[in-house]
Design a protein around this ligand. Structure first.
Ligand code: XUL
Ligand code: CO
Length: 440
């Protein structure tokens, strides 16, 4: 790593325990703590999102950026990008994050031509490779930005112009090369502007066919270069377009199965995208897990009172506990991780705020992880749910599950034997109180 340090007054964040008065310390995330033969660092698989942590400047539709970083100085854009990356790896190391994630255009400046952009990316990827080697920080996933440049104003692979499709393919090819070069464990597809505003100018069926063709090309290309990482789709229901094609996990499962793509993909579930779709975070995790497609998490949250993607750090231990219960019950995240796709609020202009933000997110997830493990180990909710469905464990219930019985037999059973079902309480309030006994 470069000798210059960028966060001079801040050292490596240490675990100080839940009662510490120190603000720049972990209370629950103890990276070295071993649980079931794995360190907390290995269990949590935290990742820092380059675009927010190192490209976010606090701009919003009403005003420009507020956040000024000392490493953003100079005239040569590639040199600035390298310096920025030095600062980023210093941060990843000090915050004890084992992983990071990027979009191609976050890490390297876009050039005047695709060839120039590719050259810039090559230079920065080489630099990132050295920094990864020096620090041990690994790449969770890479992706391509197919939404910022005006050429993508009507989508990338769903663009009505085949020229834009071709450009998008070329860009994703290069981003996959970069991800492979950096040992990325996954590759993410977020639908960017893959959606539409009005049917007056849109052929929905053709656009969806084109999206599928693009995904098949990506699968073929990954095979051809020997990329073994997991492909992940990141659903989002709206924003920037009114109708995004990758609305939620259920919609994406339908799409992937329709086009014979399901065996190649899992999901990268983002909390704020789940809530924009009118779901809870836990719901999306359960839908993905039920399909065997739980892949990774973009860890953030929205604001209950705001209807867009505010990408905030999530410190709601109750919500995260429910999510962790579903993640652990679903078999964990495999090659995925917990990526902080979250940004500082506009007035959070100090470098220190970047630490406070990630400490809060990491500690909340770590606390949730520990509580969820206790909940599952004690098995009270699992037992309740198992009892609730126990009528399907034997007799005609089992026959229903095994599809050995039909309407006629069931009608006969009700008429001659079963009669009127007895009402059984769902006990929601009791269970909510039980959940609170783990939280406070
Ligand atoms: C956008 C979003 C993206 C993806 C990666 O809402 O979440 O940053 O995570 O393209
Ligand atoms: Co995201």
């Amino acid at each position: 790593m470069s000798k210059e340090t960028f966060f001079q007054n801040i050292g490596t964040i240490a675990y100080e325990g839940p009662r510490t008065e120190k603000a720049l310390a972990f209370r629950h995330y103890n990276p070295a703590e071993v649980i079931d033969g794995k360190t907390m660092k290995e269990h949590m698989r935290f990742s820092i999102a380059y675009w927010h942590a190192f490209r976010g400047v606090g701009s919003d539709p009403f005003g420009p950026g507020t956040i000024v970083r000392p490493w953003e100085q100079g005239t040569d854009v590639v040199s600035i990008a390298k310096k920025r990356m030095d600062a980023a790896f210093e941060f990843f190391t000090k915050i004890e994050s084992p992983f990071w994630c990027f979009h191609d255009r976050d890490i390297a400046p876009e050039g005047a031509t695709l060839a120039e952009s590719n050259k810039n990316l090559d230079a920065i990827v080489a630099h990132a490779k050295e920094l990864q080697k020096a620090t041990g920080v690994k790449l969770l996933w890479g992706t391509a930005n197919l939404f910022s440049n005006p050429r993508f104003m009507c989508g990338a692979s769903t663009n009505p112009d085949a020229h834009v499709f071709a450009y998008s393919a070329a860009q994703v090819k290069k981003a996959m090369d970069a991800t492979l070069e950096l040992g990325g464990e996954n590759y993410v597809f977020w639908g960017g502007r893959e959606g539409y505003e009005t049917m007056l100018n849109t052929n929905l069926k053709r656009e969806q066919d084109h999206l599928a063709a693009f995904m098949h090309m990506a699968v073929d290309y990954a095979k051809s270069i020997g990329f073994k990482g997991q492909f992940l789709i990141e659903p989002k229901p709206k924003e920037p377009t009114k109708h995004q094609y990758d609305f939620d996990c259920a919609t994406c499962i339908g799409f992937l199965r329709t086009y014979g793509l399901d065996k190649y993909f899992k999901f990268n579930i983002e909390t704020n995208h789940a809530t924009l779709a009118g779901h809870t975070f836990q719901h999306e995790i359960e839908v993905a897990a039920a399909a065997g497609m739980l892949g990774s998490i973009d860890a953030n949250t929205g604001d209950l009172l705001v209807g867009w993607d505010t990408d905030q750090f999530n410190t709601d231990v109750k919500e995260l506990t429910l999510a962790m219960v579903s993640i652990l019950r679903g078999g964990g995240l495999g090659t995925g991780g917990l990526n902080f796709d979250a940004k500082l609020r506009r007035p959070s202009v100090d470098a220190e705020d970047l630490f406070h933000a990630h400490i809060g997110g990491m500690d909340s997830y770590a606390a949730a992880f520990k509580i969820a493990r206790r909940i599952l180990a004690e098995g009270k909710f699992e037992k309740f749910v198992a009892d609730r469905y126990s009528s399907y464990d034997s007799g005609y219930g089992k026959d229903i599950e095994q599809r050995k019985i039909g309407f006629k037999e069931l009608e006969q059973l009700v008429l001659t034997n079963l009669g009127e079902p007895k009402l059984r309480s769902g006990k929601q309030e009791y269970l909510e109180n039980l959940l609170n006994t783990y939280l406070c």
